[in-house]
Design a binder for this molecule. Structure first.
Ligand code: PGA
Length: 248
């Protein structure tokens, strides 16, 4: 059995004050179950979230992005060792907004996954096709390429490639979610590719679905084969809807 993950990707929302308030309210009202809950706050809100979460922290924390090297003259960037030092467990790599708004390539995603692994953190590589790619029948090829290339520089893929997310670009923030069947199909493709890379360890990799997941569709998406959790943007920004998703 793969432990389910509910991951909140807050993107560029909720500054330190709002984020800490969210966490305090969430902790008070949340009934932990056997799923893992993860928050990806903005880098500036990370410490506030960690402090509000308490010690021991009942959930895991991650950062939304890191640069491809450990330190140096890269104004504005954050590094994987800094994320580790701050208390992160996960790092999102290759989110579609990084790929499509900031032009990140598969090669950069590979370098980021590698440095995240070497820093002792877990990369959460995101893959997903655009609507055009889906409509032209290329969804499987696109996610296969993104997955293979993203993991290509890991020292120990069988250990570091433990979580992935499938996020069809046309579903993100659009209010349209993939059908459970479409999600299952692509998750199955990803697991097959993983099997060719890490053998039987592929069965323990958790593959999250992301893209307009909400309290209304969380249960049906989670019931789909090979869907091991959700990566949620918009619906993770309100305590009520996030609690309801985490209870799905
Ligand atoms: P959304 O975003 O839930 O707002 O569609 C998901 C994501 O981008 O991770």
């Amino acid at each position: 059995m793969r432990k389910k993950i509910f991951a909140a990707n807050w993107k560029m929302n909720l500054g330190p004050t709002a984020a800490a308030g969210f966490i305090r309210e969430f902790r008070e009202r949340w009934t932990p179950n056997d799923a893992e809950v993860v928050f990806f706050p903005s880098a500036l809100a990370f410490a506030a979230v960690r402090d509000a979460a308490g010690d021991p922290c009942p959930f895991k924390l991650g950062v939304q992005n890191v640069y491809t090297v450990d330190s140096g003259a890269f104004t504005g960037e954050n590094s994987a060792p800094m994320a580790k030092d701050a208390g992160a467990h996960y790092v999102l790599v290759g989110h579609s907004e990084r790929r499509h708004v900031f032009g990140e390539t598969d090669a950069e995603c590979a370098a980021k996954c590698a440095i995240v692994e070497r820093s002792g953190l877990t990369p959460l590589l995101c893959v997903g096709e655009t609507l055009e790619e889906r409509n032209s029948g290329h969804a499987r090829d696109v996610v296969t390429r993104q997955l293979r290339e993203g993991l290509s520089r890991l020292d120990q893929p069988e250990r570091a490639a433990s979580v992935l997310a499938y996020e069809p670009v046309w579903c993100i923030g659009s209010g349209k979610h993939a059908t459970p069947r479409d999600a299952s199909e692509i998750h199955g493709v990803l697991r097959t590719v993983l099997r060719s890379l890490v053998g039987d360890r592929a069965d323990s990799v958790r593959i999250l679905y992301g893209g307009s997941a909400s309290p209304d569709n969380a249960a049906e998406l989670l019931a789909a084969e090979d869907v091991d959790g959700l990566l949620v943007g918009g619906a993770s920004l309100k305590v009520d809807s996030w609690l309801s998703i985490c209870a799905s």
